[in-house]
Write a protein that binds this ligand. Structure first.
Ligand code: SIN
Length: 485
């Protein structure tokens, strides 16, 4: 058999449990957001199937944890190679189910694969300590061990990268996983399973159980004695519910939750750089990212010049089907996303905001296509300033002094990402220290990378993903005290 799968050979409709594909009683349709057509019907796991996935992971854990770090690294590396060999096929599947332009989808495949590569290497760097002797006949050591079976729940906005950013460190640490991919975009996840199997990752180490019944999945994994960790990316409201469910059995949690990122433009900023970086940040995935600039805060004296340049740049963005080579933005994910953005914009306009660029729903292209919008005279009290917009809408507020800009930026319960543009080194130092966010972009709107710790302050979450810190989320620390030496 050839090592290369064709695109359609990577599209699966079943549950992947213990290395086997299974059907289910119920099914749900996966639709293409560009035209509303059904791509395929996917099996929807029930409680018994979720439990059997957990049991498969529990069984596989016994041997996976015993593999040497090099054996685990080799398998992850083989998986990385296969994902990159199939970058184009995987990108096409992602565009079909999620809508983002194919080139951007190919970028996400490479980004997602980079976590597999990175953690394949980190598997070999799990270290402990030998502590100084406390008594002359005793020695104390610290070792790290895998936490066990990990339940993983991922979102639709990054159908591949949000899975690999969790699964790769879990596997590198010696854990096994049960994944519930998003019902809107399960195909990218299932395609990863085909390649994981081909890479030699043993049966039961990765289990994928799409289901429309999210509550059933959460309740089942949180009630099962074998599950020792839950990793979730999604909204703060759901994260809070999951944390409560995890409290019964004190299941460890990693939560990557909502954001309300400020993007501050100070009066000493290079405005061309500010515009370029805001475009890169705001319009990635049509604004549907947790680290997207949600509130653009511009120092009063440069507002006019900045908005003029920004409007020019936004007018060049092309909205269209993800398969079109010239599309910068694909459709939004569903009607709820379109309605939410439209309602936030209507509310802002009715409370005094002004359109610099009217944009909005583009019915000619299709119900979910949304042309970029630029609003000024936005205030902190408006809903648009307090809610994750998740659409290509730029909402500009102004401020007078540096302190006022920082206070406005921090005036949110979220703290995932923040951005600012400035040139004075003392200001860069002060503002970097003052912003309450897990990631801060300084004259940079592109801050995601496998090497960067990703996670939030305040209600934006718990824990860090990616980077050399990411593997710690899947490891227990054990202290060994040996006496009578
Ligand atoms: C997210 O939106 O949650 C992920 C964005 C990223 O990894 O860059």
């Amino acid at each position: 058999m050839s090592n290369k799968f064709k695109r359609d050979e990577l599209i699966n409709q079943g549950l992947y449990i213990n290395g086997k594909w299974q059907d289910a009683q119920q099914h749900f349709a996966v639709t293409n957001p560009a035209d509303g057509n059904t791509i395929v019907e996917v099996a929807s796991a029930d409680k018994t199937q979720v439990e059997s996935a957990i049991e498969a992971a529990e069984h596989a854990f016994k041997s996976w944890r015993k593999q040497t770090c090099e054996q685990r690294a080799e398998k992850l590396r083989a998986w990385f190679d296969l994902v990159m060999q199939h970058q184009q096929e995987l990108a096409e599947i992602m565009t079909l189910e999620q809508g983002k332009p194919e080139q951007e989808a190919a970028g996400e495949i490479a980004y997602g694969a980079s976590f597999i590569e990175w953690f394949a290497e980190e598997a070999k760097r799990i270290r402990g300590d030998i502590l100084p002797n406390i008594k002359d006949n005793q020695q104390s050591r610290v070792i790290k061990q895998p936490v066990g079976v990990v339940a993983i729940i991922t979102p639709w906005n990054f159908p591949t990268a949000m899975i690999t950013r969790k699964v790769a460190p879990a596997l590198a640490a010696g854990c096994t996983v049960v994944i519930k991919p998003p019902s809107l975009t399960p195909l990218s996840a299932l395609a990863l399973a085909v390649l994981a199997e081909k890479a030699g990752i043993p049966a039961g180490v990765i289990n994928i159980v799409p289901t429309q019944d999210s509550s059933m999945f959460s309740e089942t994994v949180c009630a099962h004695k074998a599950v020792r960790k839950l990793s979730f990316t999604g909204s703060t409201a759901v994260g809070s519910k999951l944390m409560k469910l995890c409290s019964d059995q004190i299941i460890k949690v990693s939560l990557e939750l909502g954001g309300n990122a400020p993007f501050i433009v100070f009066d000493d900023a290079d405005l061309d750089i500010a515009v370029e970086q805001l475009i890169a940040c705001k319009f990635r995935n049509a604004g549907q990212t947790c680290i997207s600039a949600n509130r653009v805060l511009v120092q009063q004296s440069v507002e006019k010049a900045f908005v003029h340049k920004l409007k020019n740049a936004m007018q060049k963005l092309v909205v269209g089907k993800g398969q079109n080579k010239d599309s910068d933005l694909g459709p939004l994910i569903n009607q709820d996303a379109v309605d939410k953005a439209s309602d936030l914009v209507d509310d802002a306009i009715s409370n005094g905001a002004r359109f610099e660029l009217e944009g909005g729903v583009d019915k000619q292209l299709g119900a979910l296509f949304y042309q970029p919008q630029l609003l000024t005279s936005v205030t902190p009290a408006m809903s648009i300033s307090k809610t994750e917009i998740f659409a290509p809408v730029v909402a500009v507020q102004t401020f007078d002094t540096e302190d006022e800009g920082i206070d406005l930026a921090n005036d949110t319960e979220f703290g995932l990402a923040a951005y600012f543009c400035a040139s004075a080194t003392d200001r860069i130092h002060r503002v970097s220290e003052a912003l309450e966010a897990g990631l801060v972009g300084i004259n940079s709107g592109a801050i995601s990378h496998a090497l960067h710790p990703f996670g939030g302050f305040k209600q934006s979450g718990i824990g860090r993903e990616g980077s050399h810190y990411g593997i710690d989320e899947y490891l227990e620390i054990k202290t060994l005290v040996q006496g009578a030496l």
